[in-house]
Design a binder for this molecule. Structure first.
Ligand code: IFM
Length: 454
């Protein structure tokens, strides 16, 4: 069977990780901008002030995307670039950047896929409590109106939030990402409810303000457990764990974020786990939160596995000597079989893989090329598993590799290279890696290329 005819082969990025142009043309301060300026948060004290300078080089970058043959490009809008204070006055120059980028993509025959929120909350809103403030859904609604008003009609595919698990879980509960807070359980439940409301309001705006047909989803991640074998019992055990809710792990799972939006209620077990702390949402709010979406976006890097581990040395997802990427993440291609399968069977929406890729030790070789054969093998293995899901009847509408180019990897700074395009941060020279040429052939053959060596 293989990938559908109009499959959205693409690559992804996020505003803060690639744009640079710090406070340029009226951009406001975001929480990442701020925390990068404080010592101790980012490896080597780095920041995203210049990053890939994509803000100035977007034409060159779109030309490279065209050369690779991308059918789609997933990027995010920087809220503080568009609304420097988070609400109120619109920064027309900032908004124009996205308008120009969309025009450039469309002229190159590349479908733009827009993410509204990829983590860089305006500092002015953070100072008012950020997602803890009950006004936050309204702020997000206002921001969405501005973006939809400008890009609506030209952008068909929209995602509200990228990885709740990370910006809420790691950012506001574990304290490992901006704004580096460790809030208590009650607060995190209220934060979640505000984010659900914000999602619902944004969907209403996109549906009501844009006349043309829109395709709306979100781009969560979440632990997907891999079964130890293909036996029904093992698969069901993995599925149950992938949607489980516990006090320690709920923010990192799939059901906590997926069930309210796609099923219109808190996940099974939430009432028992959280009791009276579970925020009450009115019928009207539930209706807005769970209005029908068009796809389920999913960012997949590694499956969660339970193998013998040495707790003093390996993380929970790795076993002794297991293949891992530079991030330490397990090479577990089966996640691109089980995640689409589990998510489709639970939510009954077409799947869009919104991120998948790896960080590797890439450099420009003596011949001037970047020989990232590890990335080719990684993508090949993962795509074979994705195709297996398709062949088993899971509707998958697209695949976005992370990332189009090396970029600012949050607390890791520039240490981690995820791109198809190598960035020399000293000169801003772009070099297509071997994986970009390989991916180009994958796209041109609508996936046939992944079978070449089999
Ligand atoms: O770089 C990030 C991205 O911003 C969100 N998903 C995971 C990527 C790799 O860590």
């Amino acid at each position: 069977m293989g990938f559908q005819k109009d499959f959205l082969w693409g690559a992804a990025s996020a505003a803060h990780q690639v744009e640079g142009a710090y406070l340029e043309d009226g951009k406001g301060l975001g929480i990442w901008d701020y925390f990068e300026s404080q010592p101790g948060h980012i490896a080597c004290g780095e920041n995203a002030n210049t990053a890939c300078d994509h803000y100035h080089r977007y034409k060159e970058d779109v030309a490279l995307m065209k050369k690779i043959g991308l059918k789609s490009y997933r990027f995010s809008i920087s809220w503080p670039r568009v609304l420097p204070e988070g609400t109120g006055t619109v920064n027309e120059k900032g908004l124009k950047f996205y308008s120009d980028l969309v025009d450039e993509l469309l002229a190159a025959g590349i479908e733009p896929l827009v993410t509204l929120y990829h983590w860089n909350l305006p500092m002015a809103l953070y100072e008012k409590g950020g997602w803890k403030n009950p006004e936050s859904p309204k702020w997000f609604e206002e921001y969405t109106k501005v973006v939809a008003g400008c890009l609506g009609g030209r952008v068909k595919y929209w995602m509200t939030f990228n990885e709740y698990q990370m910006f809420a879980g790691l950012g506001l509960s574990v304290g490992a990402m901006a704004p580096f807070e460790t809030n208590d359980l009650k607060t995190m439940l209220e934060v979640s409810a505000n984010i659900f409301r914000a999602h619902g309001k944004a969907v209403s705006v996109l549906r009501n303000c844009i006349e043309q047909q829109v395709m709306i989803g979100m781009a969560p991640t979440g632990n997907v457990w891999l079964p130890e074998s293909g036996d029904i019992e093992a698969v069901e055990k993995a599925r149950a764990k992938s949607f489980a809710v516990s006090e320690e792990m709920f923010l990192f799972g799939n059901a906590w974020w997926g069930d309210p939006v796609y099923l219109g209620h808190y996940p099974e077990g939430a009432a028992e786990v959280f009791g009276d702390l579970l925020p009450e949402l009115s019928d009207e709010e539930w209706k807005e939160i769970s209005q029908p979406l068009d796809f389920y976006g999913f960012n997949a890097y590694e499956g969660t596995i339970e193998y013998p581990i040495r707790e003093d040395r390996y993380n929970t997802y790795a076993y002794q000597g297991s293949p891992r990427t530079s991030m330490g993440w397990s090479v577990t291609p089966e996640v691109l079989y089980y995640a689409p399968k589990f998510l489709y069977e639970r939510y009954h929406k077409p799947i869009l893989v919104t991120e998948n890729g790896m960080a590797g030790m890439d450099w420009v070789a003596l011949d001037g090329k970047v020989h990232d054969s590890h990335r080719i093998d990684f993508l090949n293995r993962y795509l074979l598993e994705l195709e297996r899901a398709v062949d088993d009847g899971v509707p998958v509408i697209g695949y976005q590799t992370w990332s189009i180019m090396d970029n600012f990897e949050w607390c890791h700074g520039y240490n981690m290279r995820f791109g198809l395009i190598y960035i020399d941060y000293q000169t801003q020279k772009r070099t297509l890696k071997d994986s970009a040429y390989w991916y180009s052939e994958v796209i041109a053959t609508n996936g046939e290329k992944i079978h070449e060596n089999y």
